[in-house]
Ligand binder design. Structure first.
Ligand code: HEM
Length: 258
């Protein structure tokens, strides 16, 4: 195979995996949004429901496998995206300052590398905020409604129980891991206006990234034909606006109302 053919082939394979991982991450976003919308639930019941959801997300074996696929997809998509951006720049060393972008080339499609980098930084900060805090940090424990009894992962409270090294203990016997109060961490975090602004900016970057990325994912997988192309474009626009908007409303609402 000639060098040029080899390069084109490797570029096509890279684009294919960018598309596959990107569309998988879109599915992740829908699931994650559905879970996070529970933060709008009020009162003790809402807190309990969100914390039970967090237990499910971190203990269910099928969800754990999906989590690993998500981490892998984020890393792969980021590295592959960076390589494609660098290769494109090398192929056009003079940059866009000298070559006029075509009329139908959107700002977002010309800046996918920068938008992706902003999103990657957002994800790192976000994982530190909640994921790391929940797994390795000092997240408080969930208590029964009267604040007297610790709770097990199944949501039952243990009257007269105590928490020792993350376990609920009663009469010297360990009954299992204690439920943590991730809800409290999320509410507390979004009392900080800087963090709320950071999340809203992150969602704006995601919206622009998706305006190009959603339909481009279908294109790279060879699924965008003449018949379905216009529909995929419209769906992509709707997805790129509605999903980040709903994500952005959550921190703003928690800041203003909680
Ligand atoms: C208002 C916006 C958001 C809130 C309140 C939020 C909240 C959370 C919380 C509480 C966790 C830890 C518990 C869990 O795994 O469910 C988490 C994990 C995570 N979030 Fe978010 N999130 C938001 C937006 C996003 C966005 C836009 C992305 C991606 C661009 C994202 C990516 C992740 C990832 C990758 C994890 C780790 C998931 C896993 O371990 O399976 N989040 N988020």
């Amino acid at each position: 195979m000639s060098e040029a053919k080899g390069l084109i082939k490797s570029h096509t394979v890279k684009k294919y995996w960018m598309g596959a991982t990107g569309l998988f991450l879109c599915l992740f976003l829908v699931g994650h949004l559905a879970g996070n919308l529970q933060l709008f639930l009020d009162g003790y019941e809402g807190r309990l429901q969100f914390n039970e959801y967090a237990v499910f997300m971190t203990t269910n074996p099928a969800v754990k496998i999906l989590s690993y696929v998500t981490y892998f997809s984020i890393l792969f998509h980021a590295v592959d995206g960076l390589v494609i951006t660098i290769n494109n720049r090398k192929a056009r060393p003079e940059g866009y300052a000298y070559s006029k972008p075509s009329a139908n080339s959107l700002w977002s499609s010309r800046n996918m590398g920068i938008l992706g980098t902003v999103i990657f930084v957002y994800i790192l900060v976000h994982m530190q905020n909640f994921w790391y805090e929940y797994k390795f940090g000092e997240t408080p424990y969930m208590m029964s409604e009267d604040g007297q009894s610790p709770m097990l992962l199944d949501g039952s409270s243990v009257n007269g129980g105590m928490i020792e090294n993350g376990e609920v203990v009663k009469a010297g016997e360990s009954l299992g891991p204690a439920m943590r109060d991730l809800y409290a961490i999320v509410i507390e975090s979004f009392q900080e206006p800087i963090l709320v602004a950071f999340y809203v900016l992150g969602m704006i970057a995601i919206a622009f990234h998706l305006i190009h990325g959603f339909q481009s994912g279908f294109q790279s997988l060879g699924l965008k034909n003449r018949k379905y192309g216009p529909m995929i474009d419209k769906l992509g626009y709707a997805f790129a606006i509605v999903v980040p908007l709903l994500f952005a409303v959550i921190p703003v609402y928690l800041f203003l109302v909680k």
